[in-house]
Design a protein around this ligand. Structure first.
Ligand code: PBG
Length: 331
């Protein structure tokens, strides 16, 4: 390969048009997914203090959010429910009248097949202790007892009309158990998105506000340790072997190495979740005048794409769809 002075790498960077021509990566609107919070018992959208620009929506406004996301060409919406009442077993998760299951039904009708309807499959929004599963007598999170609840939750979500279930609870064996429960209930076409390499992360902080989490302590006995990359790859491969249609790495930005490794080895498409803390860092730093908001958003998303994500969940999905439509330079 020739080098300087024959080869001048600045040549293809000289103008915006040349840079566009040379871009290796692009964001694709159809591969962006918007997380949406639906709160029981409110009439108007409520702001989330630690996530400027993101709202908790009332059920009555959900159809409009879904229609708007579909009109924009987004690939999906990922629904999270914020129930009015919680209990030790997370009963609201399996109840067809629970807020998340009702939201799924509303979203399915509004989507009318134009955008995929996805739902978070986890107990933390529904339990009064805030853990992702049910507790054993000693206070630990009981893996196998939780799997039974996930199986019922999955069928309730599929019955309500969810097309993709986001298994975010990090219980061992959850993909296999949910797959067989769905199949037994006749939901053979409902897909599983496994939050496979989900790390115990400080970057979920603002999300805990968004869903009004009651968690005391942390999730380190079931979510991955930040020190471990190889283990994240093993989680993804196991989930794919159990029948996951998609695997995910989460958070995205601090785990781009894991994302790249999973993207190399996964037999199924790889998603990444740019989580609430990644969102808040950029929004709040930009509001303080420290960084250029739009360029930082574009750069963060291109980094995730470059590392190997096929699909990205991001709270900026709706706004970025407009940038892509307007062919704005992203970073
Ligand atoms: C679990 C779940 C969490 C997030 C998505 N699904 C929280 C957690 O595991 O503590 C975090 C998403 C974000 O921070 O944006 N239901």
């Amino acid at each position: 390969m020739s080098t300087f002075p024959v080869r001048r790498l600045r040549r293809t960077r000289r103008t915006p048009a040349l840079r566009r021509l040379s871009a290796e990566q692009h964001l694709v609107t159809a591969q962006l997914v918007l997380p949406v919070f639906v709160k029981e018992g409110i009439d108007t959208a409520q702001p989330i203090a630690t996530m400027p620009g993101v709202m908790q929506h009332p059920l009555s406004a959900l159809a409009e959010v879904v229609t708007d996301a579909a009109d924009a060409g987004l690939g999906g919406i990922m629904l999270f429910g914020v129930p009015a009442v919680r209990d030790a077993l997370g009963s609201g998760a399996t109840d067809p009248d629970g807020i998340l299951n009702r939201a799924i039904a509303v979203a399915r009708d509004a989507a009318a097949g134009r955008i995929t309807v996805q739902a978070d499959l986890c107990l933390d929004e529904f339990t009064d202790h805030g853990h992702c599963g049910v507790l054993a007598d000693d206070g630990s999170v009981d893996n196998d007892a939780t799997l039974d609840v996930y199986a019922r939750m999955a069928v309730a979500q599929a019955d309500a009309g969810a097309e993709i279930l986001g298994l975010s609870g990090m219980m061992d064996g959850q993909v296999a158990v949910v797959r067989s429960a769905l199949d037994a209930a006749g939901h053979v076409d409902v897909a599983i998105l496994a939050y496979s390499a989900k790390y115990a992360s400080a970057f979920y902080g603002p999300f805990r506000d968004a869903v009004e989490s009651t968690l005391q302590g942390d999730r380190r006995t079931y979510q991955l340790d930040a020190a471990n990359g190889r283990e994240g790859v093993e989680e993804a491969l196991q989930d794919a072997a159990e029948g996951a249609d998609y695997v995910m790495v989460k958070p995205a930005g601090p785990y781009l190495d894991v994302l790249a490794r999973v993207a190399d080895e996964s037999p199924v498409p790889v998603w990444a979740y740019q989580v609430s803390g990644e969102y808040a860092m950029i929004e709040i730093a930009a509001a303080a005048g420290a960084i250029d908001r739009e360029r930082a958003i574009g750069e963060s998303l291109l980094g995730i794409r470059r590392a190997g994500a096929d699909v990205i969940l991001t709270y900026w999905a709706r706004e970025v769809a407009d940038w892509i439509r307007d062919r704005k330079d992203l970073a």
